[in-house]
Design a protein around this ligand. Structure first.
Ligand SMILES: Nc1ncnc2c1ncn2[C@@H]1O[C@H](COP(=O)(O)OP(=O)(O)OP(=O)(O)O)[C@@H](O)[C@H]1O
Ligand SMILES: [Mg+2]
Length: 309
């Protein structure tokens, strides 16, 4: 079973305006509600690809109930811990000619809640996949991911960690199967501008040295480079189409990579499906659906082997 963990899931309220003016009453021209959170995004794309997942995490209040309901409508199993107080957050995405976001804090997660999550996670068994995506919220202990990895140490799980900065570095000694830094995250990690293939390779090699098994560096519209556990470096192709929404493209790529690897055990094939899912989301209004993913996959060039680690 593939488990995704979303510590602070949300309801995203997308409001479209012609022109937002601060300080007055503005009116929308369109609005949309969807559920959000990086682990949830990964589950949604995996569901489109026909893979079963269980969404883990914390929910609270009426918004939490709605998040679980919508996950189930999408065919995703849920095994959320219900917090006794507070409510799952509603994030605002405000679109006019640009997009602004207000991401709210979300409910407090105390040590007792965390213990409940830990006992759930300890029921995962050999062969399962656990995707921990998104930064740990300020409402939970900062070392949450490390604690989980430490507790799971004896099990043969496939662990995916998609977070940034020190939180990511602290996970590497536990040998995650996959990490997926984007260009900006890589630049921040190494305090350098990652603006060439050579610098990308230097940074990725370091992350492997620190313990990551597969390092998938996503480069937005420039595609992605995979530093794979087979010692080879693969480059994915690029498709050009108008971009409708790049949010969640990285999560889609993570999902596609997992699905591709589950299906084939082949790194280049996993990179190709990951790239197709990332592209497909960038070319969709929200997260990509199955039709868009297969449409992109049909046209996407094969990945190139470009070197050895
Ligand atoms: N503008 C774009 N045009 C085409 N494909 C894109 C574009 N943006 C993203 N993608 C696809 O999605 C993949 C992941 O995108 P990106 O590097 O932006 O991830 P990210 O910054 O982690 O995104 P997220 O917002 O989900 O965290 C890219 O490697 C690419 O395949
Ligand atoms: Mg990302």
């Amino acid at each position: 079973m593939i488990y995704t963990l979303t510590l602070n899931p949300s309801i995203d309220y997308l409001v479209q305006m012609d022109h937002f003016i601060p300080g007055i009453t503005n009116r929308t021209i369109d609005e949309m509600v969807d559920i959000g959170g990086k682990g949830i995004n990964v589950s949604c794309i995996l569901a489109q690809l026909g893979l079963d997942t269980t969404a883990l995490g914390f929910t609270a209040g009426f918004t939490g109930e709605e998040i679980e309901r919508q996950l189930q409508v999408k065919g995703i199993r849920t095994d959320m811990i219900r917090l006794k107080q507070g409510m799952s957050r509603i994030n605002i995405k405000l679109r006019d000619s640009v997009e602004s976001e207000i991401n709210v804090r979300g409910p407090w997660i105390d040590s007792e809640d965390m213990e409940r999550l830990m006992s759930k996670i300890m029921t995962l068994s050999d062969g399962d996949t656990l995707v921990m995506a998104g930064s740990v919220p300020g409402t939970a202990a900062e070392d949450t991911y490390e604690k989980i990895l430490k507790a799971l140490k004896g099990k043969k799980l496939r662990i995916v960690v998609d977070t940034a900065n020190q939180q990511l570095l602290n996970c590497l000694s536990y040998h995650p199967f996959l990490i997926k830094p984007n260009r900006q995250e890589l630049s921040e990690l190494f305090h350098t501008d990652v603006n060439s293939e050579q610098i990308t390779q230097q940074c990725a090699r370091k992350l492997i040295e620190y313990g990551a098994e597969n390092v998938l560096v996503s480069l937005g519209s420039d595609g992605a480079v995979l530093f794979a556990a087979d010692g080879k470096i693969y480059r994915s192709g690029v498709l050009k189409e108008p971009v409708l929404n790049a949010v969640g493209a990285g999560d889609s790529m993570v999902a596609g990579f997992i699905a591709g690897f589950e299906g084939t055990g082949d790194y280049a094939a996993a990179l190709r499906l990951g790239t197709a899912c990332g592209n497909a989301t960038a070319f969709s209004r929200g997260l990509a659906d199955y039709a868009k993913i297969t449409d992109v996959l049909d046209r996407l060039p094969q990945c190139q082997l470009i070197g050895e680690i």
